[in-house]
Design a protein around this ligand. Structure first.
Ligand SMILES: [Zn+2]
Length: 340
């Protein structure tokens, strides 16, 4: 298909975990720095190999274990800004997981680490034309009290560009209802709230994320498709879905052998956006996900999803207007004959 120049399309990124963007060579270098044994992962061809979802979770943990000091996170943030800008990302809201950092390294100073990330994103991103906000992803597995402390901590990081909280981790065993207070703390503190739901659990998890936690966006949400009532609720309330096709295939959230449900969700009036989740670990990029969607669902759908991401972002109105203008300018500079 020779249509849109997808690389040049200005993009808004809404569902990407900083810890999932670590380049394989950076992971190997950090492991060497800290004397962490990599076994067969020392082989560049096998660094990020995994066969089962359980192995993937162990790999994610291992990568996070190599992030021990603010300068490690700064390195990853610099790489992220450069890699994202090279794919045309103009604005991003990326997840960071301080509660996972301190689970592995309790002595890590969270504020100093977020300061280092902020500085790295600004210094690398600004000259490349990319602006990055942060969402602190709260981990379900650590329980409601820890989540409430994480929400308070996130409120205290607003001056460093933390604009919201998310909820990640073991969705199947830790339903949204347990985190109502954490989301109230975040909201009262002026933060936005997004929630991973409908990924490892069914549509009831999406409903609770909206009704109990007041989720403003849903991470994935693909299993909402199992309940027409939840799909209708998402469509009526215009609650955007951050859908990551490769991630969904590899985690089993979406069937590998059938069409991805994003097409049906879009057809039902849901606000679909596209992202890459943990791109380095899943062996993908945002641009690869855009290409997959354009090839599978058509360029018109891809353009709609890319526009949706601008509208679904938490960027201030003036920034959204600027992003929309950039986007439409890029569409209008398509080669003659390609403009529909
Ligand atoms: Zn995610």
């Amino acid at each position: 298909m020779q249509g849109l120049d997808l690389a040049a399309l200005p993009k808004v990124q809404l569902h990407c975990h900083l810890e999932g963007t670590v380049r394989a060579e950076t992971f190997r270098a950090l492991a060497a720095k800290y004397g962490l044994e990599l076994g067969e992962r020392a082989d560049p061809a096998r660094t990020y190999a995994f066969d089962t979802f359980g192995e993937f979770l162990l790999l994610f943990a291992k990568v996070t274990q190599t992030l021990r000091a603010p300068e490690d996170f700064a390195r990853v943030a610099r790489d992220y800004a450069a890699d994202a800008a090279a794919q045309g990302v103009a604005y991003a809201e990326i997840f960071v997981s301080p509660s996972v950092w301190t689970f592995f390294h309790c002595e890590l100073d969270v504020r100093a680490t977020v300061e280092a990330i902020r500085r790295a994103l600004d210094e690398t991103g600004a000259p490349l034309g990319i602006e990055v906000a942060l969402i602190a992803d709260v981990t379900r597995n650590f329980g409601p009290e820890r989540a409430e402390a994480s929400a308070r901590e996130a409120v205290g990081l607003r001056d460093l560009g933390v604009i919201g909280i998310g909820l990640g981790g073991d969705e199947a065993n830790y339903p949204p209802e347990q985190y109502e207070r954490a989301y109230a703390i975040a909201r009262d503190g002026g933060l936005h709230g997004v929630v991973h739901a409908g990924e490892a659990a069914g549509p009831e998890s999406v409903r609770a994320a909206i009704e109990v936690l007041g989720a403003e966006r849903i991470g994935h949400g693909v299993r909402a498709i199992e309940d027409p009532g939840v799909v209708a609720m998402l469509a009526e309330r215009r609650i955007p879905l951050e859908i990551c096709p490769t991630s969904n295939r590899l985690t089993g959230a979406a069937p590998a052998n059938a069409a991805h449900p994003l097409g049906a969700l879009d057809a039902a009036g849901c606000v679909v956006t596209i992202d890459a989740d943990d791109p380095a670990l899943f062996g993908t990029t945002l641009l690869d996900e855009y290409r997959f969607v354009a090839e599978t669902f058509g360029e018109d759908a891809l353009v709609r999803f890319a526009r949706n991401a601008i509208d679904a972002s938490f960027a201030p109105p003036a920034a959204k207007a600027r992003l929309r203008a950039m986007f439409e300018r890029s569409r209008n500079s398509e080669p003659a004959g390609r403009i529909s």
